[in-house]
Design a protein around this ligand. Structure first.
Ligand code: ADP
Length: 246
């Protein structure tokens, strides 16, 4: 189990705040009012069974879909109406969503290219990031020539190269087999420590959440039922649902 927050970490500023955020699709209310503070530099996991509303929260933070009511703040400023491409976040999806016709280096460079960064900067950053995810020797390969774990690392490289303030991870390990999943869990946690960026990670796997997170937000049927360190959630569950879930 990871260590609880240190004194310094407890007082970290919030990078994202959800204030009374709800979501309804037509008449169906899938998210009850959610208040959630995400601290700068933490690894926060949203954990819950399928259909509990995890992806809905992540998609609203990322700007893929607007909240029905409530506000989303970035360092205190309301970004609820800010379009997706202006939000300093990047998302890693379960299926990686790599471009099959582009090499690894071109996939990673894509975000910098569309932001019209100078060629020299792109080259330096892509090379540094490929080094960070241990893929320097695969730079000129295509996604179809890579293993699942390597593809996953390309997706991570593509997300971190633009230096987003927050990286959103939508069940990124779900498609991997058990052994690879464990090694990617370690890789991801280590990566987060090295680049010191806030990670918001979704999973329905309790063990994964406990081993990787600084804090866990537990969802049940559209309700955020408890937020705390893995120790707090495990040893001091606030409801029968949380106790049974673990
Ligand atoms: P999770 O990520 O925890 O599996 P989701 O956030 O994907 O849960 O879904 C929460 C609820 O919202 C589910 O009941 C799901 O069916 C519903 N839902 C998600 N997206 C839509 C949509 N586009 N239209 C209607 N209902 C949706």
């Amino acid at each position: 189990m990871t260590a609880a927050f240190s004194e310094e970490e407890v007082h970290r500023p919030n990078v994202i705040q959800l204030v009374g955020v709800t979501k309804s699709y037509r008449n169906l209310n899938v998210l009850k009012p959610v208040d959630l503070d995400i601290k700068d530099g933490e690894f926060l996991t949203i954990l819950g069974p399928s259909g509990s509303g995890k992806t809905t929260i992540l998609r609203m933070i990322g700007g893929f879909t607007p909240p029905t009511s409530g506000r989303i703040l970035l360092r205190g400023a309301d970004i609820s109406q800010v379009p997706i491409f202006r939000r300093p976040f990047n998302t890693v999806f379960q299926d990686y969503a790599l471009f099959p016709h582009m090499t690894v280096a071109k996939n990673v460079a894509y975000g910098l290219r569309i932001r019209r960064r100078p060629a020299a900067e792109i080259k330096t950053k892509v090379s540094a990031v490929l080094d960070t995810v241990n893929l320097t020797d695969k730079a000129e390969r295509y996604p179809s020539e890579l293993s699942g774990g390597q593809r996953q690392r390309v997706a991570l490289a593509r997300a971190i190269v633009c230096e987003p303030q927050v990286i959103l991870l939508d069940e990124p390990l779900a498609a991997l087999d058990a052994e690879l999943r464990r090694s990617m869990q370690e890789f991801l946690k280590d990566l987060q420590r090295r680049i010191r960026t806030t990670f918001v990670f979704i999973t329905h796997d309790q063990e994964e959440a406990i081993s990787m997170s600084d804090r866990i937000a537990v969802m049940d049927h559209g309700n955020l039922v408890q937020v705390g360190t893995p120790q707090e959630i495990y040893y001091k569950p606030r409801s029968e649902f949380v106790a049974k879930f673990f």
